[in-house]
Design a protein around this ligand. Structure first.
Ligand code: NDP
Length: 505
């Protein structure tokens, strides 16, 4: 991060590099008045931003796309320094920035173009209708610490593309990437006030919810409920991407090498600090031992430690200090109730906040590691009799974010996918869906409300307006006032003809 970004003062929030413990930077803890000031600036900038239209905004998004490609290392280093993930994983966030800028530059207009509507209702005969999507105004995006760009600025892009101005409140633990985005906005010439950052703690986030026109929140279910409740009181829209406890189901006919590789990636990406992380695996009995052996071998081969160059480490550090207690607590709870650790299980001694990649077997549904979100580098593996048991156990969770199924039988895989209570299901794959921006992504149950990506990923930042025009204006409608008995009788006759024969109407 450049020295220009640092503002050190007594009331500022220090940002720690979790891999080394060194000070990575410091940001201001904005209060309510400062947030209100940002919102006023955003509100003043919004009409002109809307007025330049989709083409004008797409030009800015194309510059953004180019910037991400030209600055991959700069972005990756900033993310790595405040979040602790490997440089390779951090670079993928910059790649997402380029993909998302290109996607929304290309697709915003078609998702938000006026939509013609036809009606078969006999009461609106002769009308033409369309829906238009108008920006909500000022959008507040509130993000978590696990993906400082992906789940933060990633949602800013469609909100901007829709014609809103946006204020991003990053986690106080990882705000430096957001400040880099502010620099990016200046470097590509984004009009002033169109994108701003509100750095600070939870109170800063709460202040933002008080004065914006819509909220996009990513974070824990606990905070998400508070944000949704306040948005409900204010009657403003909010979209929530929350926690998960994603299951993976491995059937006896699966390609076990593929299943093991995908489940290791899905559970260990970002050291398990991913909302869509695989947090539990259900494996059919005939292949249980072989699958467990393959996954354990792969876990043992992972290199844990500070990433000093591309390809130098597979698993980075834990970003948020309290997370270490949660992970240690889940492992010790499991062991105290009879679980067996096949590899890992401990905090890595030495500098930085690292936890060993951990496989747990002999786990039972009462254990916290199978019930609660762990958000760490652990994988409990459960032996099941068949697919039905795997589906039942997978669905026995308050969460419903993602799930994955491994089998060579396409028909069976799709049947299982349709039985799972999850917003997304991948088949013989994990996590890749996030990079298909055409495909909606969002949680069921306690995992959220609304989706990101796809048409709804941008329409949620708009207000819908329905417009109806009468093409053949008559002096008076058949059902117009004053009512006339002959017209009402005629109307009944028409209804009888149009709707009296349900199979043909
Ligand atoms: P938190 O819910 O603790 O925080 C999320 C954001 O909300 C932070 O910026 C936080 O600020 C802010 N905040 C805290 N209190 C309030 C409040 N009262 N009003 C408004 N904003 C507030 O989540 P974490 O940062 O710990 O993120 C981890 C969680 O995020 C996990 O549960 C994970 O599963 C989930 N997640 C979900 C994703 C999805 O797409 N479904 C993607 C990524 C993560 P501060 O941190 O400064 O206190």
């Amino acid at each position: 991060m450049s020295a220009g970004l640092m503002r050190v003062a007594a009331e500022d929030i220090p940002v720690e590099n979790p891999s080394t413990g060194a000070l990575a930077g410091s940001v201001s803890n904005m209060n309510e008045t400062e947030v209100e000031r940002l919102v006023a600036v955003a509100r003043a900038a919004q009409p002109a931003w809307q007025a330049i239209g989709f083409k004008g905004r797409a030009r800015h998004l194309r510059s953004m796309q180019r910037w991400f490609v030209d600055n991959i290392d700069r972005v990756a280093t900033t993310i790595h320094e405040e979040n602790g993930k490997s440089l390779d994983e951090a670079a993928i966030e910059a790649v997402y920035g380029a993909i998302a800028s290109a996607f929304w530059a290309r697709k915003a207009h078609s998702y938000l173009a006026d939509q013609k509507v036809r009606s078969r209702s006999i009461l609106v005969f002769g009308r033409s209708m369309f829906i238009r999507y108008a920006p909500v105004g000022v959008v507040g995006v509130i993000g978590p610490w696990n993906n400082p760009l992906l789940n933060n600025f990633g949602d800013v892009i469609p909100a901007l593309a829709a014609g809103n101005t946006v204020i991003l409140k990053p986690s106080e633990v990882t705000p430096l990437t957001t400040l880099l985005m502010v620099e990016m906005a200046k470097e590509i010439g984004l009009p002033s006030g169109v994108f701003q950052a509100a750095t600070g703690d939870g109170a800063t986030g709460a202040a933002l919810v008080e004065s914006v026109d819509a909220v996009m929140f990513t974070g824990s279910t606990r905070t998400g409920r508070k944000v949704a409740a306040r948005c409900g009181e204010r009657l403003i829209p909010c979209s929530l991407e929350l926690g998960g406890k994603d299951p993976a189901i491995v059937l006896a006919d699966a390609d076990l090498d593929r299943a093991a590789a995908m489940i290791v990636f899905g559970s260990m990406h970002n050291s398990g600090q991913t909302c869509t992380s695989i947090e539990r695996a259900y494996v059919e009995a005939p292949v249980f031992d072989e699958f467990v052996a393959k996954v354990t071998d792969l876990y043992r081969s992972l290199r844990l430690g500070e990433s000093t160059a591309l390809g130098s480490s597979d698993c980075g550090s834990l970003t948020f200090p309290p997370q270490l207690e949660t992970i240690t607590g889940h492992v010790s709870d499991a062991v105290s109730r009879g679980a067996t650790i096949l590899t890992g299980g401990h905090v890595q001694p030495g500098v930085g906040r690292f936890f060993q990649p951990t496989i747990l077997v002999d786990v039972t549904p009462d254990m916290a590691c199978l019930r609660e979100e762990t958000f760490g580098p652990t994988l409990p593996i459960v032996k099941v009799a068949d697919a039905e048991e795997a589906i039942r156990l997978s669905n026995a969770s308050p969460y419903g974010l993602q799930a994955s199924v491994y089998t060579k039988n396409k028909r069976v895989a799709e049947r299982i996918a349709r039985s799972l209570e999850a917003g997304t299901v991948t088949i013989n794959d994990s996590l890749a869906n996030y990079f298909a921006l055409e495909l909606p992504m969002g949680g069921w149950k306690d995992s959220g409300l609304g989706t990101r990506h796809g048409a709804d990923g941008i329409r949620k930042f708009t207000k819908r307006q329905s417009v109806m025009r009468t093409r053949f204006p008559m002096k008076k409608e058949l059902h117009g006032m004053p009512f006339e008995a002959k017209n009402s009788r005629l109307l009944r006759r028409i209804v009888e003809i149009a709707y009296g024969h349900p199979r043909t109407s």
